[in-house]
Design a protein around this ligand. Structure first.
Ligand code: AMP
Ligand code: MG
Length: 321
């Protein structure tokens, strides 16, 4: 972050996460406007409360379609498109499994294998039926549940950016608990820290210098529990119903839109380093930083940002496409 005295920081806790807004003028009314906008979207998208538009869809599963506001419809449509890509690790219909595992919430435990197999049958993204003309969503099977937890923060970060732009802000930053979106280039760039996985302190592996970019990180260390010496984290493999298990501790995506970052972190988690880098070929706008269990930091490319390694117990590898 810039150390300039003229930076004004505003914070709140929303969506179960610490939210940080940085501006270059003292503007509490604008900060309140931003936090209200975040609350507005949280109220539409959340599945951690009984009432929201997404919960209305979930409550009507197997019964009838539900008309929703355009923002909810568009986000669900975008999430479905990412979910039905061939071999996608992203699945907006993963809700029943997320609820059953309860990872990061009280009472989390490994479900019996037969329960996981049963729940997999009600997590098919093709069973999320969209009607553009009606702006309605129908979950074809009883018990189905949409979960936008992997994508909502990215969408909201972009809407905050749009609001700030509309209000004439040329330099600013919003951090929605790991989803960072930036405006402008204060002092040349923003410096965004990359967390060291499983570190108890706020230790960093490195830092990204960005301007006008989003930086989104998903990590296995963010939410997990341990049972019988094994760690279970919160990003599930839609094919098996168990947490994705590969060489990765975290994936960071640098992109223009935070929505892309939020989707692609999940896609990259599922793909792993080799396949992930291949998938990014030809995607000039999406860049990935993989942090592996073997203490490597692998950059798919470094076109729109600069990475600095800050922890020499990690090895920096830059891939050339
Ligand atoms: P993120 O922090 O963006 O990586 O999103 C993690 C959250 O997305 C989890 O806490 C779940 O609510 C949800 N989730 C877990 N696995 C998946 C998946 N395979 N596809 C889509 N959402 C998921
Ligand atoms: Mg995500």
């Amino acid at each position: 972050m810039p150390t300039d005295d003229s930076v004004y920081s505003y914070s709140a806790v929303l969506m179960g996460s610490p939210i940080l807004l940085k501006l270059f003028s003292n503007n509490q009314p604008l900060a309140s406007h931003v936090f209200n906008l975040i609350k507005h979207y949280e109220d539409l998208f959340t599945v951690n409360r009984a009432d929201s538009q997404v919960m209305d869809i979930n409550h009507a599963a197997g019964q009838h379609p539900v008309k929703v506001t355009p923002a909810v419809y568009q986000l669900i449509k975008c999430a479905k498109a990412a979910s039905i890509l061939p071999g996608s690790a992203f699945n907006l219909a993963i809700g029943p499994l997320v609820k059953r595992w309860r990872i990061g919430f009280k009472g989390d435990s490994v479900p019996p294998a037969d329960e996981i197999i049963t729940l997999l049958t009600i997590t098919q993204p093709e069973d999320v039926i969209l009607n553009d003309a009606e702006c309605s969503v129908f979950l074809a099977r009883e018990g189905m549940e949409i979960d936008l937890g992997a994508i909502a923060k990215g969408y909201i970060a972009d809407r905050v950016r749009d609001l700030l732009q509309k209000e004439g802000v040329t330099e600013g930053l919003i951090n929605l608990g790991g989803n960072v979106q930036t405006l402008g280039t204060p002092q040349g760039s923003w410096s965004i820290g990359l967390k060291k996985p499983f570190s108890t302190s706020d230790a960093l592996v490195g830092a990204m210098e960005v301007s006008h970019k989003s930086v989104v990180t998903s990590g296995t260390y963010e939410r997990y529990f341990e049972q019988d010496g094994q760690r279970y984290h919160h990003i599930l493999n839609p094919q098996t119903g168990y947490p994705l298990d590969n060489e990765l501790d975290s994936v960071t995506i640098i992109s223009t839109d935070s929505l892309d970052g939020d989707i692609w972190t999940t896609l990259m988690f599922g793909a792993g380093v080799e396949k992930g880098c291949r998938m990014l070929n030809g995607r000039d706008d999406i860049e990935a930083i993989f942090v592996t269990k073997a203490r490597e930091v692998i950059l798919s490319s470094q076109r729109h940002y600069r990475f600095t390694l800050l922890d020499d117990s990690y090895r920096l590898i830059e891939r050339t496409a």
